[in-house]
Write a new protein. Structure first.
Lengths: 328, 328
């Protein structure tokens, strides 16, 4: 499926409308891992989101090829958010390469992100040819709603940066918007393109949200207890950066030794080893694992409830399991 | 029509999806001139684009109220581009108030622009209720295409900034993308919502492009010879900023006294009075006026060709005339 997904994305990016503007397309091709220094398979990311679309379409009894426009759309939307997130977080590296803003500057990077955003809609509109205008229109409303959730979650994430402490409840709307909404949209697109009805849409939409939350909580776990050789980043980085991750927020809520040490930490000289130990002692690691397990169970149980007894259903199950079994 | 347009925009911005994310909506309400220091009629802009939508819908024999979702969409899209343009140009003021990035910082401003972008699509999708899903889908493809042209034109504008000299031909794709595409989209939305056929769409789409180009060329003229008390900005600013406006590019192309003085200008000590005189002497002012007059004639002739013998047709004519008769 991956070559077909890539070809579909290329067809959209190489539209005559865009190629009329020299230079802009090159930035997009760089972000997508096709061109420039370090381009190649590694630079393209795992394409998890488009695979969720096509596998779901096939799993509910449809033809995955009809879902290709939606698969391209979610990958373009994901890459739009990466370009802008990297500017907002001042990140210099992405998948081992310079970020777009680091290479072209803020102005061209913001604008290239906007073009990628528009291309996500352009990609989705090609659904008219494969599943008709009514389904294409419906998919458009889901994409729009997903964008609002993405920007809502990102807004919270940015405003949280300067907050010294936050209630645990702040965590859920942020990660629902930033991570779960798009994964759920992928599954919903798959259901719509596969021609399944509302009950399946409702069940699998829930699967998508739980998958997204379980995935994010595991990411937070890896950000403290992950194996550096596997995650590719220092497992102290979330503590150093003061990221509003689930373990850190829960540790603060407990008001024990970790919360005290966290409040009194000195920037630049954080004893991450000690903080990590406190989190384990106070049961925060266990809490995080319980939460991840809960959402993993919810996701898998929704998937089972959908009753997808096909090869694609099995492949979808395996993709979800691989996303949800990255740590413990 | 203006109160109805404002109410439609409010209905979209105050959607439950967005209000779930505290703070984000406030930034959008500020940009739209509803809230914050300096809010009010002046801060809202002239709402030219939504008026073009509703007046066109009525003028082709439709009901302007059915076009309200599209009117809201173009105003939201315009404001999205203003938020991002102000970051990209590092502009501190917009309509006499602090720009969004100057008030909230780059990260929240980029993200708020993205939310405004998504809301433009959310607004347009409400057309399903007034003109049905097929017309709503078609409008969506026009909005997407317009976004691609906008970002294409903006890409050129940013890359031109550092260029010392540019061929005159560079001007047209930039302003077509940045200004004319959206004005043409407004008119196209009006035609579609008003239920008129393809011949009218083709004629009035041309009207929109010519209107946009004529408007932009007049803007360029005002940027050098405008009355400061009317334009609200120094009439030397385009020369000081080295803006790639039509008079400056044409003056360079001539290769005469202006081109020589322009190449040898010292930043920080530009003799704008002398440069302006050279432009007049070398016929650049006259050339600019001829170009503006040409596009104004094209626009008015297309409008006449459409044969809109209604009160709204007359109002549309007056709106176009007011946009195209701002200087000479």
């Amino acid at each position: 499926m991956l070559p077909a997904i890539d070809a579909e994305i290329r067809a959209v990016v190489d539209s005559p409308r865009l190629t009329a503007y020299t230079g802009l397309r090159d930035i997009l091709a760089y972000q997508l891992g096709w061109e420039g220094p370090g381009s190649g398979i590694e630079a393209r990311g795992k394409r998890i989101r488009p695979l969720l679309v096509t596998l779901t379409a096939e799993a509910v009894g449809g033809d995955w090829q009809k879902a290709l426009p939606a698969a391209a759309a979610v990958e373009l939307l994901h890459n739009f958010s990466l370009i802008h997130d990297d500017i907002e977080d001042a990140s210099l590296l992405r998948r081992g390469r310079s970020t777009v803003w680091a290479k072209w500057g803020n102005a061209l990077a913001i604008n290239a992100g906007d073009a990628m955003f528009a291309l996500a809609f352009a990609a989705l509109q090609r659904l008219e040819q494969t599943v008709g205008p009514a389904a294409a229109f419906r998919a458009g409303t889901i994409l729009t709603d997903t964008c609002l959730q993405l920007t809502g979650g990102q807004h919270l994430d940015i405003t949280y940066e300067d907050a010294d402490s936050l209630p645990l409840e702040s965590y859920w709307p942020m990660v629902t918007g930033k991570t779960a909404a798009l994964l759920s949209a992928c599954v919903q697109f798959g259901v719509i393109c596969g021609g399944a009805g509302s009950p399946t849409l409702e069940i699998l939409s829930r699967f998508g949200y739980s998958l997204g939350l379980g995935f994010q909580i595991q990411d937070d776990w890896l950000g403290i207890w992950g194996d550096e050789s596997q995650t590719g980043k220092s497992n102290a980085s979330d503590l150093t950066a003061g990221k509003k991750s689930l373990p850190i927020l829960y540790g603060q809520k407990l008001g024990g030794g970790f919360a005290h040490a966290w409040l009194n930490r000195t920037k630049g000289a954080i004893d991450t080893e000690h903080l990590t130990e406190l989190l384990v002692e106070e049961g925060v690691r266990e809490y995080t694992e319980t939460q991840a397990a809960q959402y993993t169970r919810d996701a898998m149980s929704a998937l089972k409830q959908a009753g997808l007894q096909t090869d694609a259903g099995q492949a979808l199950h395996e993709l979800a399991a691989s996303l949800l079994n990255r740590c413990f």
